[in-house]
Design a protein around this ligand. Structure first.
Ligand SMILES: Cc1cc2nc3c(=O)[nH]c(=O)nc-3n(C[C@H](O)[C@H](O)[C@H](O)COP(=O)(O)OP(=O)(O)OC[C@H]3O[C@@H](n4cnc5c(N)ncnc54)[C@H](O)[C@@H]3O)c2cc1C
Length: 429
């Protein structure tokens, strides 16, 4: 891998997401050699990915180069590589570009989609965990509209204009809201020769309420916002199959659609080599210092880690804040380990959660206050702008939002590379 030897202990971090980057940043110019490994050469700001999928933002505005993150660090290295295996016995990590030895290992690989074993759904639905996947959704959305124009078969046209989102957590809700906004303000202008009223947005949720990790008040408010925008919400509905053309549910609901977006579940993304420590959501069991059970030099953080406790029976929520806070504390604890001091326990500072539904509409749950509407929307925007890494990205996102707000537009509506997912659609053209 061409990493020089060092007199400092080597910290190998797998994953440059919120957790991994927090550790790397906090270890800047400390007495460690930091080696950051990721299969992508950029940090992805996932909370705004739905805006890339719906043409509101360019992908570059939510991606930040890893090399820039560690640019001014005295002894930090980045390698773009897929990590394949961990060998804790020999303290090494095996990747597709070689092997690297560690003194301390940080596993921060995040999460992956959970289809609960349904191979058909996995094969045919769209997901949004990475930027290329968000761009695939954007392309599919636009291609479906192009195809809808070309066909005279009304059933086919309806299926092409039917967008089904499975899972009404923040991702599903935000995506549904953005699509509904496009139906109202963008598509009628882009496709004047298409009957846009045929477009449907169906949001399917297995539980009794949408945004089920949020307060009842926020959930109700979000439901009303979505319904006002024309989104059809199906609660207590379990999807059983999607063959690429027809989606079916446990209680008999079914409809034709050429776009199913799966946001119904995630599970940890651990790496081969430590299966003994996995919990029921494939997360790695860690103690209150984020040490993987049975190890003092191997840590897991963020989405991939499950720290069971009184308040969080099955681990912390798979959100950015626990990942960042765990990363920050781990950097401090690594220094303490080197100084032979006792480690600090992780205590999650829950700052709340929020989701936006569309123009001027958001819901915010703070620890002691729940509110929604225009003010919540401004809070949502401020928090997301503030959280983006890099001045350039903050500026790009800010100006895109200002432009989109005043022009009622989503300017990134271009099909850069075609996308076909098991497609067999006949058109008249
Ligand atoms: C669409 C979407 C919207 C979201 N919205 C919100 C929100 O509004 N608010 C919120 O708090 N949270 C949100 N989340 C969740 C939040 O993004 C995650 O909880 C957070 O990213 C977890 O951080 P992490 O560092 O654990 O993992 P990640 O940020 O996912 O980073 C994991 C990194 O590991 C790398 N990696 C994985 N496996 C390997 C491997 N084998 N080899 C090399 N590299 C590897 C990946 O490329 C990635 O860069 C959202 C998630 C998604 C998908």
């Amino acid at each position: 891998m061409n990493i020089p030897d060092s007199s400092n202990p080597r910290v190998v971090i797998i994953g440059g997401g919120f957790a991994g980057v927090a550790v790397a940043q906090k270890l800047k110019n400390k007495e460690f050699q930091v080696v950051l490994l990721d299969k992508h050469n950029y940090h992805n700001f996932q909370p705004l990915m739905y805006q890339v999928a719906t043409g509101g933002l360019e992908s570059g505005s939510i991606a930040y180069p890893m090399r820039k993150i560690i640019k001014e660090h005295k002894e930090a290295f980045f390698r773009m590589t897929l990590v394949e295996q961990i060998d804790t016995e020999n303290k090494k990590v095996i990747t597709d570009i070689g092997t690297i030895y560690y003194d301390y290992l940080v596993i921060a690989t995040g999460s992956t989609n959970n289809y609960f074993g349904n191979k058909e759904i996995e094969k045919n639905s769209m997901v949004m965990k990475t930027i290329p996947e968000a761009l695939n959704i954007r392309t599919l959305l636009l291609e479906n509209f192009e195809l809808a124009l070309q066909t005279n078969d009304m059933n086919e046209r309806k299926a092409l204009m039917n967008f089904v989102i499975v899972g009404a957590g923040p991702t599903g809700v935000e995506l549904a809201g953005a699509l509904a906004e496009m139906k109202k303000a963008v598509f009628p202008k882009d496709y004047p020769d298409l009957d846009i009223s045929m477009m449907e947005i169906n949001l399917i949720q297995g539980g009794e309420k949408i945004l089920d990790a949020m307060s009842k008040k926020s959930s109700k408010a979000a439901e009303k916002f979505l319904k006002d925008l024309g989104v059809k919400i199906h609660l207590k509905t379990i999807v059983t199959n999607y063959d690429g053309k027809r989606i079916e549910t446990k209680d008999g609901l079914s409809f034709d659609t050429h776009a199913v977006i799966w946001s119904a579940g995630v599970k940890g993304a651990p790496i081969e080599g430590m299966p003994q420590a996995l919990d029921r959501a494939s997360r790695i069991r860690v103690n209150e210092f984020n040490q993987v059970e049975g190890f003092t030099d191997v840590f897991a953080l963020g989405d991939v880690a499950a720290m069971y406790g009184d308040k969080f029976q099955y681990g912390h929520p798979m959100m950015a804040q626990p990942a960042i806070q765990q990363g920050n504390l781990l950097a401090e604890n690594l220094e303490r380990l080197e100084k032979k001091q006792s480690l600090k326990k992780f205590i999650y500072n829950d700052k709340g959660s929020m989701a936006t539904i569309g123009r001027n509409k958001a819901v915010v749950d703070l620890p002691k206050l729940h509110f929604n509407g225009v003010f919540a929307w401004f809070v949502w925007m401020f928090v997301h702008l503030f959280s983006l890494i890099g001045f350039k990205n903050k500026t790009l996102v800010f100006w895109s939002w200002v432009y989109n707000y005043f022009v009622f537009d989503r300017e990134s509506r271009v099909i850069i590379r075609p996308y076909r997912k098991n497609r067999d659609i006949k058109t008249t053209g």
